[in-house]
Ligand binder design. Structure first.
Ligand code: SAM
Length: 394
């Protein structure tokens, strides 16, 4: 098929340029609103096409020189002025909440990231035929990299060392940098060169150097970070987000609060200063182990962690306030019904997926007023957005 001229009308929810050509919608990564480009069609489906920019014909004033040199590595908004990326994320959430849960006027602000480069405390690198990089979006085609603009300085130093190492028997390398650094190698390699930088090195599931867990500091708290447990990837934005959860709850005259999907207990510990009792529940045993260690590490006595599936545990729990921070898939219908049965005064919903948030808010709407939603730019340059939503019982 011949190359086509595409005029970008707007960005779709994945940050791709959207236009119309040959009677179909076309999605073109790295094409910005008002720009025109000569585009190669790489996928032609019945209702839509996907294209690749061959040559930019008209350039937007909002286009910037990206710090990331690689295409299709995940930072789909890297060519757009940072403040325009925030505007895009806010309007995306407004549009999704209106379209899927008929909510208007609830999105307040988007909180930016202080660090827009080097902000990630965890990166997962793929290795193929001894070469290291990221997989091209949605494929297992390797984009070889020599540095990553959103990874920390130390993680980039590790990348430089890895590039000089024999990676022929390695499949994946995870780097966690919380000041202290953990490297997790899937496969086999000589890790001697990594030792001067790392506090902890795993090969597959075995600790081969240093400590089992590393320590992350967030505000006045310290947290153990283990090999497999979840931690928000952007410390500075996580801190602002946890404080927003607190702000939404702390004047509520409540005594007990539930932190459902609590991970390693970060939100629970933040809440512990303002409530008589906090109960966190989490399915991952290792995360609960860390949560209990975190409790001790911070000398906190009014928090209790339960390891189990929220959908089971919730039947035995009661509280005036509930925080939910589920995975991308959101809550289940049963989960929402269970929360409605408990009937807390306030619910704070922390979400990393606007679509599942909109779906779930619709089910809460009969009994709860969606008071406000604050957005957090946890993942600069990507289309992803984190939101915190306050619901108050009617
Ligand atoms: C987005 S993370 C939230 C972590 C935590 N609130 C934080 O800020 O670090 C979601 C957590 O939900 C946990 N999870 C997933 N399904 C679950 C379930 N059915 N019951 C309990 N926890 C679950 C995951 O293990 C993960 O730790």
């Amino acid at each position: 098929m011949e190359d086509v001229l595409v005029k970008c009308e707007k960005l779709d929810h994945f940050g791709r340029g959207l236009g119309h050509v040959l009677g179909k919608i076309i999605f073109v990564p790295n094409l910005l609103p008002s720009e025109e480009a000569l585009v190669k069609i790489v996928l032609d489906k019945k209702k839509y096409m996907i294209g690749e920019v061959i040559q930019l014909v008209k350039r937007s004033n909002d286009r910037i020189e990206p710090k990331c040199l690689y295409e299709n590595c995940g930072c789909g908004l890297k060519n757009l002025d940072y403040f325009k990326t925030l505007k895009f994320k806010k309007s995306k959430l407004i549009e999704i909440l209106k379209r899927y849960s008929n909510l208007e006027g609830v999105v307040k602000e988007i909180v930016s990231s202080d660090d827009i480069y080097g902000y990630r405390n965890k990166i997962t690198l793929k290795v193929k035929n001894g070469k290291i990089g990221y997989f091209k979006n949605g494929t297992n085609e390797l984009i070889e990299i020599s540095r990553c603009a959103i990874a920390s300085k130390k993680s980039n130093e590790i990348i430089s060392i890895l590039k000089k190492s024999d990676l022929s028997e390695v499949k994946e390398v995870i780097i966690k940098d919380f000041g202290e650094l953990m490297v997790i190698v899937k496969g086999n390699m000589n890790v001697d060169l990594l030792k001067p930088l790392a506090s902890s090195i795993y090969i597959n599931d075995n600790l081969v150097y240093g400590k089992e867990n590393i320590i992350a500091k967030l505000g006045e708290f310290k947290f153990y970070v283990s090999k497999d447990s979840f931690f928000q990837v952007n410390m500075n934005v996580a801190f602002k987000l946890y404080n927003k959860v607190l702000e939404y709850l702390k004047n509520s005259n409540s005594k007990r609060v539930l932190d459902l999907y609590c991970g390693t207990g970060t939100i629970s510990l933040f809440l512990s200063k303002y409530f008589d009792e906090v109960i966190g529940t989490e399915i991952n045993e290792e995360a609960i182990c860390c949560a209990n260690l975190n409790k001790e590490l911070n000398n906190i006595v009014n928090v209790r962690f339960i390891c189990g599936d929220v959908s089971e545990e919730i039947h035995y729990l009661k509280a005036d306030n509930i925080v939910v921070d589920p995975p991308r898939s959101g809550l289940t219908n049963e989960g929402i019904n269970d929360i409605l049965k408990i009937g807390p005064d306030r619910i704070v919903y922390v979400s990393c997926d606007p679509m599942t948030l909109a779906r779930d808010l619709k089910l809460f709407k009969g009994k709860y007023e969606v008071k406000e939603v604050t957005l957090f730019d946890m993942f600069p340059w990507t289309y992803h957005v984190e939101s915190v939503c306050l619901l108050i019982r009617k």
